[in-house]
Design a protein around this ligand. Structure first.
Ligand code: NAD
Length: 461
């Protein structure tokens, strides 16, 4: 979930819960406490800076265009601003502000020493030639060069951008700031250019790890608790022994394909990936889909799933071809949403049949759908918890770039899992001990961390 109103109301609810809990920040009482919490509310709900420019770019056609571009710096109490740069025709200032606030909360929840930032350029990259995209990327750095940097604000890829754009941008940053440390000015770079091994796989692996940890490792420890309750975990997590857990995955890009492969290979859970989808099509096979073969096919075919019987045959995949959105309403145990925001909304929320939803994308449920499905007893593993692998490994990349000492892929995954496990171990006991949905628990943890640091730095006046 987490459109603007949803995030704002959860942050407010988290603050209210903490205001009433006098064991939290016990030095604050009465009017002073109320004033401090009111400060907290305004700090967390407002970005520190909104930078907007119109990049002036000569196109191949000879036309010169002005392209709107943003960099929002939400909060840096935990460390330098950090967040992706999105190239998308529908991105706007309000959305970049919202996404930057989610980064503040996500980094705080996972104890990554960064603040929240986000960038956007209003283009559909498919409509531009490669050299135009190169120029647009360089212009972005030129226009925002004073406010970004390794100790100030560290961008990364997001929707519509990849290691290619980060390499271009870091190159431009280096030209503008000769002699300064440039390696850690951007993350998500190619490995040859100082990127981290494992960064590409980090979000998908983290998504699957979160699901697996909750459903398997943590559940085992909670066995008795669950057996006493007639809830969805007891039904889905425990009763699947001998029976497969059926999984459907919307989106087969960077995040979705890696999560699908992890699920397929998992030795911890008896998974069966029965469906995957992309922007064109849903594939379904009740006996399970051969994910490694499908990954081979998509990497040779512009990252797109086979859309015809003939292509399925070429790929050596057995599956039925269905409409793109059919993936959402299948009768499966678990639905991973790894495509775009707002995929489940008021018009399709009542048709969802999955018992568990994993938010791999940012905000794939609208607030209304989140409330509706939570009330219907669907367990929602929220984006703030599940998809932080990217920012965590970005942090490792930033450290490696600063030290010019590099980790092996295995070391990266080991550290990634350790970090996500630490967050899960902090959040899950409280989740199982009270009535809040998992998302609210995560927000409370993030807000507690931010509030404590703001208080200790004397910022709550
Ligand atoms: P991607 O571009 O590699 O893949 C997106 C996938 O979604 C593609 O398979 C595409 O065909 C599919 N898709 C697009 N529109 C669709 C539609 N209407 N219905 C079904 N499928 C559709 O992107 P990604 O990097 O995998 O990111 C996926 C989501 O995860 C995004 O929302 C992104 O913000 C979020 N996310 C990504 C990262 C990361 O590190 N890549 C980190 C955190 C969050």
């Amino acid at each position: 979930m987490a459109d603007e109103s949803g995030t704002a109301s959860i942050v407010e609810a988290s603050l209210n819960a903490l205001l009433d809990d006098e064991t939290f920040l016990p030095d604050l009482h009465g009017k002073t406490r109320e004033k401090a919490f009111s400060s907290l509310g305004s700090i967390l709900s407002t970005p520190n800076h909104v930078h907007k420019s119109f990049l002036r770019v000569p196109l191949v056609s000879g036309k010169v265009v002005r392209i709107p571009a943003f960099r929002v710096q939400h909060n840096n109490i935990m460390g330098p601003y950090k967040g992706g740069i999105r190239f998308h025709e529908a991105i706007n200032e309000e959305e970049v502000i919202h996404l930057s606030s989610l980064m503040t909360l996500k980094s705080a929840l996972h104890e990554v020493p960064f603040g929240g930032g986000k960038g956007g350029i209003v283009i559909d990259p498919a409509n531009y030639e490669t050299n135009e995209l190169h120029l647009i990327s360089k212009k972005y750095v030129q226009y925002f060069s004073d406010i970004i940097g390794p100790e100030k604000d560290i961008p990364a890829p997001d929707v519509g951008t990849s290691a290619r754009e980060m390499d271009w941008m870091m190159g431009e940053y280096k030209s503008i700031h000769p002699g300064m440390k440039y390696q850690s000015s951007f993350t998500g770079k190619s490995v040859v250019n100082g990127g981290s091994l494992g960064r590409n796989e980090a979000t998908g692996k983290g998504v699957y790890f979160t699901f697996r940890y909750l459903m398997h490792d943590f559940m085992k420890a909670q066995n008795q608790w669950l057996k006493e309750r007639d809830n969805v975990f007891a039904k889905t997590a425990l009763n699947h022994e001998g029976k497969s857990l059926t999984l459907a995955i919307q989106g087969f890009g960077n995040v979705g394909s890696v999560a699908a492969l992890e699920a397929y290979k998992s030795s911890h859970l008896n998974n069966k990936v029965v469906s995957v989808s992309d922007k064109n099509v849903t594939l379904y096979n009740s006996d399970g889909i051969d994910i490694p073969e499908l990954v081979k096919f998509t990497s040779d075919n512009n990252n797109e799933l086979p859309v015809s019987e003939e292509k399925l045959e070429d790929a050596g995949i057995k599956a039925d071809i269905m409409d793109r959105d059919d993936v959402l309403t299948l009768d499966v145990d678990v639905l991973f949403l790894a495509a775009l925001g707002h995929q489940v909304h008021k018009d399709n929320m009542a048709d969802i049949n999955a018992r568990i939803i994993v938010e791999a994308a940012n905000a794939p449920l609208t607030t209304e759908a989140d409330d509706y499905l939570s009330n219907a007893g669907v367990i929602i593993i929220p984006d703030i918890l599940a998809n932080a692998g990217g920012v965590i490994v970005s942090y490792f990349e930033w450290l490696q770039s600063r030290e010019t000492q590099f980790l092996s892929e295995e070391e990266v995954y080991e550290r990634l899992h350790d970090k996500m496990k630490a967050t899960l171990d902090a959040v899950l006991p409280q989740y199982f001990g009270d009535a809040f949905p998992l998302r609210k628990n995560c927000y409370i943890h993030a807000v507690m961390k931010l509030s404590t640091v703001l208080f200790r730095q004397g910022k709550l006046y």
